[in-house]
Design a protein around this ligand. Structure first.
Ligand code: NAP
Length: 247
């Protein structure tokens, strides 16, 4: 896939799926701007790995749940690269718990980062993409946002929400060569799933027809497809990258 001359913004690009997305887009020739919350060193490492593909890459701290920080981040990206062609809303957190015991602050924290963060970034790039008459947005949801999951009511709501954001923006801006799609990963081997008890891990594995846990690169390849011109007539769609888990 060819992303030469394109600028990609990836939120939460310091590790896991976000880092794999940065590298996949850089491999295709995109300049990359990634943001992170705390992991400065690993974010700079992602940028350095991208630069090995001969592209320009910057890593900046930005809490996607803050409108002011998102604005500062996007302004810096435009200052550096002059345009934003691709936005991947990947930054995400979990604070799991059953409904009865879930604290309001845990509900709010997850929705603030996963859902409001995606909204703020989409809003911030929309004017730029409209002016360019070109844009590719990919929101990272989850199979949990499609099917629900006991113990993840906040996370499921936020991940269902990013599907609604994508479909609505696809309808609002479809006439300007802006596509907005969703990738819904299944069970992917990253820091987010690393603490999962062995029993839960085995239970999930038994539900995956592909008989393996997914990799960050499995997800990144699907994101790259939707961000590419190969997918120019694909918009408002949800692509599950889950080894068949959600069938
Ligand atoms: P991860 O390894 O925990 O990485 C999360 C990333 O998000 C990090 O780069 C982190 O930055 C960043 N981040 C967290 N809060 C942020 C904030 N407020 N502002 C900006 N960046 C923030 O997670 P992952 O497994 O790669 O997941 C990436 C995305 O895929 C998430 O949206 C997740 O919900 C989704 N997903 C994952 C799976 C899975 O099985 N792993 C399945 C379905 C969906 P720092 O390094 O600075 O903390």
């Amino acid at each position: 896939m060819n992303f030469e001359g394109k600028t990609a913004v990836v939120t939460g690009g310091s590790r896991g799926i976000g880092r794999a997305v940065c590298l996949e887009l850089a491999k295709g020739g995109a300049n990359v701007a990634l943001c992170y919350a705390e992991g400065e060193a690993s974010a700079q490492e992602t940028a350095a790995l991208c630069a090995e593909y001969g592209v320009r890459a910057i890593a900046l701290r930005c809490n996607v749940a803050s409108e002011a920080e998102v604005k500062t981040f996007m302004d810096a990206v435009v200052g550096e690269f002059k345009r934003i062609d691709i936005l991947v809303n990947n930054a995400g957190i979990t604070r799991d718990g059953l409904l009865m015991g879930m604290k309001e602050e845990d509900f709010d924290a997850v929705c603030d980062v996963n859902l409001k963060g995606a909204f703020l970034c989409m809003k911030a790039v929309s004017r730029i993409m409209m002016k360019q008459r070109y844009g590719r947005i990919v929101n990272i949801s989850s199979v949990v946002g499609v099917h629900g999951n006991a113990g993840q009511i906040n996370y499921a709501a936020s991940k269902a929400g990013v599907i609604g954001l994508a479909k609505s923006m696809a309808k609002e801006l479809g006439g300007r060569q802006i596509t907005v799609n969703v990738v819904a990963p299944g069970f992917i081997d990253t820091d987010m799933t690393a603490q999962m008890p062995e029993k839960v891990r085995e239970g999930l594995l038994s539900q995956i027809p592909a008989k393996r846990i997914g990799t960050a690169q499995d997800v990144a390849r699907a994101v790259a497809f939707l961000a590419s011109d190969l997918a120019e007539y694909v918009t408002g769609q949800v692509l599950c990258v889950d080894g068949g888990m959600g069938m």
